[in-house]
Design a protein around this ligand. Sequence first.
Ligand code: ZN
Length: 488
Amino acid sequence: MSDGVATVSVRVHGAAGEVTGSCYEVTTPCARLLVDFGMFQGSPEQEVRNTSAPNLDFEKLDAVLVTHAHIDHCGRLGMLPALGYQGPVLTTEPTAELLGRVLTSSATLQQLRIQEKRAGTAPSSRVLVPAHLATSIPIRGEPPPILFTHRHAERVARSIRAVPFMEWEPIADGVDVRFLHASHVIGAASIELRVQRTQGGEPAHVLFSGDIGPIDNPLLAPHQWPDRAPDLVIMESTNGARRFKQVDQYEALCNILREAITKNQRILAPVFALGRAQTMLQLFARASREGVLGGLPIYLDSAMACRASELYARHPHLLEASVRRSCLRGSNPLHFAELHTLMSRRESESIDRVRTACVIMAGSGFCDAGPILRHVQVAIEQPTTRILFTGHQLDGLLGHGLLNGATRVEINGAELEVRATIDRLAGISGHGDADDLLTWVKRMPGDVKQVALVHGAEESRQEFALVLRANGITDIQMPMTGDTLRID
Ligand SMILES: [Zn+2]
């Protein structure tokens, strides 16, 4: 350090010791950037945090960079116009295609939740029995304040610029950016910054991991790594305390499907529209090819998931090699004869009357809102219903309660017995497990100098820090919100 001014400083504004609210402010000698501007999610208390913008001068930002189109990374971008930011939002091409729709849908949903609250029709759910779960799960009736309007979402959508993967793009004085494939969801990237030092010499490199998908992702192309070891890696640690590899999800799913057909069951699968839905579709497509489905209808009740799925087929170069080859031969990897897509509430309600075995995938993935909540309300008292969870459930929400033994619940004001079977398909995650995370960081060329662990529950990042230390990475930081990391 020659002049007391850091070459790069990164101030953490969210996702520190928790898994939502990603937002990092980067300051270089000549530029200011924002990497991600995500929502806090999981409870009404968390959602209220979204209304307080990070304490920074948005008007002075040179660029906003986005890793991917998940709400916890991009959900507050719609607030940028009101905060005074007029500049570009840079991301990858598939994320650019999704982002505008994600933001306008979010604006519509925020407005709808206010209307529903006024009309007394806001979705709500809670566990009644057993008591120890009931006390911890609040009714989800209180809508959060509106964060941004449709008009502001559209304005941000117009400012989005797509940058090709692996190409350096100058974005401000002395700063270039490059997007590296993160194998998490379509378009998801790690973001590499190259910053010229004022005193000359080698530029400083900072890498924001974004969300890191599994190594050997069966659907997406492998990760891309930088050409040299970064001086600082801001790294996610969502699954830092988990290992998945021993589970064969496909066989486990096939067993569930065979049983559903034999016992005439209705399987309800809460999924997120981007990522989890496509992972499940790929498994169902294989089950279809191998004759396991045998005509069993699979309903995808999410217009956003349908659109996101189309995007996978439109970007075959971002798919896993064998999937890419079949895609280039004209076969959509996420489509199969038994798939039915439901694009409206009317179509969603039309399957309430189906009495034969079927699978219904719908959002929200936490089972606390969206069409899945209505499907659960309709079918949870039927012993032939099976609710199949495929991902982590946030403590305090209905999905978590059901997985932990809830026997009586209240959904949208109706008291219901849980007669459905509650099931979990383990090991399905858009995030790599601890071994994948370690492989990802160790595969950098050269020795990574400094790693800051973010985007993971406190116990996950603490445990993953032990893994890193055991593997020779010792300069590890675990910043809290408001902390600043520096490269001199
Ligand atoms: Zn993500």
